[in-house]
Design a protein around this ligand. Structure first.
Ligand code: NDP
Ligand SMILES: O=C(O)C1=N[C@H](C(=O)O)C[C@H](O)C1
Length: 245
């Protein structure tokens, strides 16, 4: 049995993770931690793998503690830009036996959307991202949208910049720019997590869309991450690294 600790255990995602881990035959929750609970409970409980769904402002402190204590980390918390990922890699340099998976999105459809977008990017002169989430989300743009933008930008390397004649603009009307890719963030009651990537070229467009309709959609990916990470030391970014895509 894999001994799992959940950080953010009373949150929207953390509470689903507790249920999903308890339902899996080969793992069990031995520590459920939320804000203000002592992290030492992870060590006391003999946790092997931590699942973190907390907040972008606290996740680095959590990782520092876990890596220093030899605990593998499956991280869903958003807000990882390159400097933060570099900081995680630096933590792991002192503990090469520990694994950290940072997954912008654990939904299989979202993982496929990111991969399909990466493939499509080279074939279209225009690409923009629209992400739609519940209004209690703390960060914008979403981690998934930012990661998708970086994948598209990398795939477009060497291509001309995207056509855009805008010279007069209300601030924000054309969205945020992540690595040269426009990202538009909507916060809508009733929604969970949704993303469209719109590509355009000569007389055609391609729209790729994924919808997470319930937070259970993320759970098969989280359980896979917990199962896999015990044998995968080092830093992995994206659940696709654990899949044969
Ligand atoms: N990768 C993926 O597939 C997905 C990622 N996410 C990301 O996961 C994160 C959490 O989302 P969500 O569950 O909706 O957010 P919630 O606010 O519902 O849950 C976060 C929980 O973490 C708690 N918390 C805050 N600080 C700490 C700490 N230092 N230690 C332990 N627990 C702490 C919060 O407590 P309190 O409220 O008291 O502060 C809260 O209970 C976000 O960054 C979100 O973007 C979400 C869905 C899917
Ligand atoms: O906060 C959320 O809900 C989600 N956060 C992640 C993100 O920022 O991309 C993953 C998913 O979109 C849900």
């Amino acid at each position: 049995m894999i001994r799992v600790g959940v950080l953010g255990a009373r949150g929207r995602m953390g509470s689903e993770v507790v249920r999903a881990v308890e339902a899996a035959k080969d793992m069990e929750v031995v520590a459920a931690i939320d804000a203000d609970d002592p992290m030492s409970a992870l060590v006391d409980a003999g946790v092997q793998v931590v699942v973190d769904f907390t907040h972008p402002d606290v996740v680095m402190g959590n990782l520092e503690f876990c890596v220093a204590n030899g605990i593998h980390c499956v991280v869903g918390t958003s807000g990882f830009d390159q400097p933060k990922l570099d900081a995680v890699a630096a933590l792991l340099a002192d503990r090469p036996d520990v694994g950290v998976l940072v997954a912008p999105n654990f939904g299989i459809g979202a993982v496929l959307l990111m991969r399909f977008s990466e493939i499509a990017a080279r074939y279209y002169e225009s690409a923009e991202i629209i992400e739609l989430h519940h209004p209690r989300k703390a960060d914008a743009p979403s981690g998934t949208a930012a990661h998708t933008a970086r994948l598209i930008a990398a795939a477009r390397e060497g291509m001309d910049s995207m056509p855009d004649a805008t010279t007069q603009e209300e601030p924000g009307a054309r969205g945020a720019v992540v690595d040269g890719v426009r990202v538009h963030s909507l916060r809508i009651s009733g929604m969970i997590a949704h993303q469209e990537v719109v590509f355009g070229g000569e007389s055609e467009t391609l729209t790729i869309r994924q919808d997470s309709l319930h937070r259970t959609s993320f759970m098969p990916g989280v359980v896979l991450g917990v199962r896999e990470i015990v044998g995968r030391p080092g830093l992995a970014v994206g659940l696709d690294k654990y899949l044969d895509l």
